[in-house]
Write a protein that binds this ligand. Structure first.
Ligand code: NDP
Length: 477
C-alpha cells in the first residue's frame, strides 16, 4: 500500500482537500470518487500531485497503509451514509473514517456509534473555508475519540490554516458529534455577521446616502481596525464590483433573495431546543427568509409607501454605524458561544471556548482579528458567564452603546429595516436589565393556568387564588 491518507468524493471540496494533503511533505493520497471520470480528471489535471487514483472501494482500501485513514467529502445526508457503508465493508478495526462534509451533528452522533461497533473509528470533522480554504488551509473542527485524534491530529494540523502566531487552526473539539456541532454554530455566527454587515450597508446607503463604491471604501477603512475580518474584506470587493452589462454596481442587479443551505436554521433550532436566546443568528436566518418571500413582499409593498423617510443622522453617522456593527457583532458571537457551551453541557462534551475561538482566527469564513480578543477573554476566565460580562467586551459595548442606540433609532425612524441591529440591542438591554417584565408574564401565567411563581423576597412557590378571594397560597409547603 502506497498512500498514508485517502479522500473519497472529489467534487470541489474533496479534490481541493486532496491537493492540499498531497502538497504536504511525506503524504501520498489515495483518491476515490463514485463516478470515476472525476478521479481521472483530478489525476490528469494535477500530474504533479502525489495521488494514487482508485476506481473501486476495494482498490481504495488496498491503496491505504494500515491503520487506514480516509476523509469523506461528499454530499451531506444519504450520500454520506452510503459511502460510510461502503468503507466499513472494506476497512478493518483500528482504521479511521473522517466525514469532512457538513453533516448534521446528530447524524454524526448516530454514525459514530454505529461505526464504533465495527472497531473502526469515525470522526465527524467540520471544515470551513470554502473551496479556497480546502486547498490552502481550512479551519478544521474534528470530533470523535481522543484515540483517533492522536493519529489524525498531526495530519489535520499539516493542512489546516495557520494563525499569525503559527498555531494550526485545528483542535480536538470533543467526542462524537462535537466537531460538527461547533461547525454548525460557526455557520450560524457567519449568518449573523453577514446580516449585520448587510444592515450596515443598507443604512449607509439609504439613510446616509452613500453609493456602493463609497461604502466599499468605508468598509476598507473599517478593516484596519477592530472590525478587521474576511467578511468585511469580501463585502468591500462585492460593493466595488460593477456589472459589465449594465454598468451599474453589481449589488444593484443581484436579485435580493438570499439563499441558504440549512446550517443557520439548524443552529437556531438547536438554540431553541437548548433554551439559548441566539437572537442575532435567528434574526439573520429570518431575514433571509423574508427576502425569499417574493409574492408576500410584492403584496405588502403594494399597500405601503416603503421609501426611506428622511431622518436626521447627524455628522457622526458613519462612525455610529461602525460602532453599532461592532457592538451587535459582539452580541452575535456571545450568543454563538452560549449556544456552543449549552450544547457541550447537553451532549456531554468538555468544550474549550478559547481553543474554539483560536481555530477560527484563520481559514474559516468568520476569520477575524476579533477572534483573538475572544480567545483572550476566555483565557482570562474559562467560565465566563457571557462574553459581554468580560471586562474588555463589557466596556467596548458600553462605549459603543450611545452610537448603537442612535443607529437603531434612525433605522426605525427612517423605515430602513435593521432586524439584527435592533434585536441585538434589545438583547443587550434585556440581559443587562435590573428587572424584566417577566414578573408580569409570571403573573399572567399564574392567572390563567395556575402556573405559580416565585417571590423575590422569600423562598417558596406561590399561587394567587385569582378566581377566589385573591389571597396568596404557598403551593410547595
Ligand atoms: P457536493 O456536496 O456537491 O457533493 C458532490 C460529491 O458527492 C461528488 O463527489 C459526488 O460523487 C458525491 N456523491 C453524491 N452522492 C453520492 C452517493 N450516493 N455515493 C457516493 N458519492 C456521492 O460537493 P462539495 O465538494 O461542494 O462538498 C462536499 C462536502 O463538503 C459537502 O458535505 C458540503 O456540505 C461540505 N462543504 C462544502 C463547502 C463548500 O464551500 N462547498 C464548505 C464546507 C463544507 P459523483 O461525482 O459520483 O456524483
Amino acid at each position: 500500500a502506497a498512500a498514508n491518507i485517502g479522500v473519497v468524493g472529489l467534487a470541489v471540496m474533496g479534490s481541493n482537500l486532496a491537493r492540499n494533503l498531497a502538497s504536504r511533505e511525506g503524504n501520498t493520497v489515495a483518491v476515490f470518487n463514485r463516478s470515476p471520470e472525476r478521479t481521472r480528471a483530478l489525476l490528469s489535471e494535477h500530474p504533479e500531485a502525489e495521488f494514487v487514483g482508485t476506481e473501486t472501494v476495494q482498490a481504495f482500501a488496498d491503496a491505504l497503509q494500515r491503520p487506514r485513514t480516509a476523509i469523506i467529502m461528499v454530499q451531506a445526508g444519504a450520500a454520506t451514509d452510503a459511502v460510510i457503508d461502503q468503507l466499513t465493508e472494506v476497512f478493518e478495526p483500528g482504521d479511521i473514517i473522517v466525514d469532512g462534509g457538513n453533516a448534521l451533528f446528530t447524524d454524526t452522533i448516530r454514525r459514530e456509534a454505529a461505526v464504533r461497533e465495527t472497531g473502526i473509528h469515525f470522526v465527524g470533522a467540520g471544515i470551513s473555508g470554502g473551496e479556497e480554504g480546502a486547498l490552502n488551509g481550512p479551519s478544521i473542527m474534528p470530533g470523535g475519540s481522543a484515540e483517533s485524534y492522536e493519529t489524525l491530529g498531526p495530519i489535520l494540523a499539516s493542512i489546516a490554516a495557520r494563525a499569525d502566531d503559527g498555531e494550526p487552526c485545528v483542535t480536538h473539539i470533543g467526542t462524537d458529534g462535537a466537531g460538527h456541532f461547533v461547525k454548525m454554530v460557526h455557520n450560524g455566527i457567519e449568518y449573523a455577521d453577514m446580516q449585520l454587515i448587510a444592515e450596515s450597508y443598507d443604512l449607509l446607503r439609504h439613510v446616509g446616502g452613500y453609493e456602493p463604491a463609497q461604502i466599499a471604501d468605508i468598509f476598507t477603512e473599517w478593516d484596519s481596525g477592530e472590525l478587521e475580518s474576511y467578511l468585511i474584506q469580501i463585502t468591500a470587493e462585492v460593493l466595488r464590483q460593477v456589472d459589465a452589462e449594465t454598468g451599474k454596481p453589481l449589488v444593484d442587479v443581484i436579485l435580493d433573495a438570499a439563499g441558504m443551505k440549512g446550517t443557520g436554521t439548524w443552529t437556531v433550532q438547536q438554540a431553541l431546543a437548548l433554551g439559548v436566546p441566539a437572537t442575532g443568528i435567528a434574526e439573520a436566518v429570518f431575514a433571509r427568509g423574508v427576502s425569499g418571500r417574493a409574492d408576500q413582499r410584492a403584496a405588502v409593498r403594494a399597500t405601503i409607501d416603503a421609501r426611506p423617510q428622511p431622518a436626521d443622522v447627524g455628522d457622526t453617522f458613519v462612525d455610529d454605524v461602525r460602532r453599532a456593527l461592532y457592538s451587535s457583532k459582539v452580541i452575535a458571537y456571545a450568543q454563538g458561544f452560549d449556544t456552543i457551551l449549552a450544547g457541550g453541557a447537553e451532549y456531554g462534551w468538555a468544550l474549550d471556548p478559547g481553543a474554539i475561538a483560536k481555530i477560527w482566527r484563520e481559514g474559516c469564513i468568520i476569520r477575524a482579528r476579533f477572534l483573538n480578543t475572544i480567545a483572550e477573554a476566555y483565557s482570562r476566565n474559562r467560565r465566563l458567564e457571557s462574553l459581554i460580562a468580560d471586562e474588555f467586551f463589557a466596556s467596548a459595548v458600553a462605549d459603543g452603546a450611545p452610537a448603537w442606540r442612535r443607529v437603531v433609532s434612525v433605522a426605525a425612524l427612517s423605515g430602513v429595516p435593521a432586524p439584527a441591529f435592533s434585536s441585538s440591542l434589545s438583547y443587550y438591554d434585556s440581559i443587562g436589565a435590573e428587572r424584566l417584565p417577566a414578573a408580569l408574564v409570571q403573573g399572567q401565567r399564574d392567572f390563567f393556568g395556575a402556573h405559580t411563581y416565585r417571590r423575590n423576597d422569600r423562598d417558596g412557590i406561590f399561587h394567587t387564588l385569582w378566581s377566589g378571594d385573591r389571597s396568596e397560597v404557598r403551593t410547595d409547603a
